[in-house]
Unconditional design. Sequence first.
Length: 574
Amino acid sequence: MDAKVFDKSRLPSRHVTEGPQRAPHRSYYYAMGLTRAQIHRPFVGVASCWNEAAPCNISLMRQAQAVKKGVAAANGTAREFCTITVTDGIAMGHQGMKSSLVSRDVIADSVELTIRGHSYDALVGLAGCDKSLPGMMMAMCRLNVPSIFIYGGSILPGNFRGQPVTIQDVFEAVGRHSVGDMSDDDLDELEEVACPSAGACGAQFTANTMATVSEAIGLALPYSAGAPAPYELRDRFCSTAGEQIMDLIARNIRPRDIVTIEALENAATVVAASGGSTNAALHLPALAHECGIKFDLFDVAEIFKRTPYIADLKPGGRYVAKDLFEVGGIPLLMKTLLDEGFLHGDCMTVTGRSIAENMASVKWNPDQDVIFPATKPITRTGGVVGLRGNLAPEGAIVKVAGMTNLKFSGPARCFDSEEECFEAVTNRNYTEGEVLVIRYEGPRGGPGMREMLATTAALYGQGMGDKLALITDGRFSGATRGFCIGHVGPEAAVGGPIGLLRDGDVITIDAVDGTIDVDVSDEEFETRRSAWKSREHDYQSGAIWKYAQTVGPARDGAVTHPGGEAEVHCYADI
């Protein structure tokens, strides 16, 4: 691309590269080895969530180099920087999980501050683990500079004695081990083989769900989110993204041109169709919030209700992300949804073309059984269901992909933290038919809205996946299966009904009609509320305390600032 197509007088980087008064700024760039020509080209921030915390992120540095080559090939100047990640699989089951959701907003904030501070003109963001994907996309929408998202790719499946396995199997093996159904040696062997490569968790857990979203919403190049992390093909996607970002700068195509209400509906549709993580119902409203669009849990749930479930992916199905990529990738999933009228085809994408134009050459693959035709779905409605009732006036969410029984009723057994419940599960101190309630784990009360995979996986491993229900004002991992309801709002910490429950209260959950109720009258709730007192959590300083001061309800995405609707200054227009 000819560099002359770029007019620096309208780009943010003019504030650090143009005119005599910016001589000191240019000196710093000369100190880093840039040439005069490179300094006067558009600056592209290449933001990576690389770290050595987990396999999700370990390949991102290599991929960032490929992005930079693409930027240079198209006459741009790439400036690489890193931000944090908190990896859920390692944070899971202990206090570290309180950092997870907080990290989403810290990622968005840190990328925003880096781009603002250095006046970069565009952003290519690479992310691998659960919260880093929405965090990076939130930053793109907030800054509204031309942006492309790149997923680092999924891990390859492990092999345990001839059977494919994922990290989900290891978490569930802990439950099997606790009831004597798996030996120490077997557990040792499984943990050594379950995760054989770089990449994020391989099934349709939160990382792959949000990767699917990145293509469906239009912020990622087609097919780019599906290739596993070890595949060399990933470098080609990355270099192509580096070149394509320069085209977006030239054409001034920005994230808010792409992330419209229709694009958000497309994203929710692919989540439901793929049996994706309930966490998408938290992250999609947060993305909408950055754009000034009202799109909450109930809007997401309405789309889930009308969308067919067509992807036979773990944890509810048989296959992992690698399998989907090799039979046609996310475009195969989107093509059948588009053809049957479930997607808005006219939405703009980072290719500079619409969804329908991107899908025009995608052919249905009849020689595979990973994705079902939308006309012949696994189930008629989506793999995730929104719930509402007197126990959750602000809504709740449940993943039903792979479940057969969609109704449950039983007495409540209340726990005021995940640790209390996990101890009871470990000791099998519960009764079949109960509804285990984990509360004071919401965004404000946790603080941080922890995921409960350690507890739910242990229950499943003990053979109790369909014999109990579990509800929480916290979250569940995308790897959770069984009758597990999360995001119950209002949360206990602000006096929500879940905080007023008592042992023995009969809770009824109906994932067909989308209801969650408790057999307690309004009058009795008011009596209990008058005696209720808020609880102090253990985080009275630091980042998690700060988060608790500003975070809003799960219904709206657990966001921490007023968002695009309140914006009077957009970075991209400085």
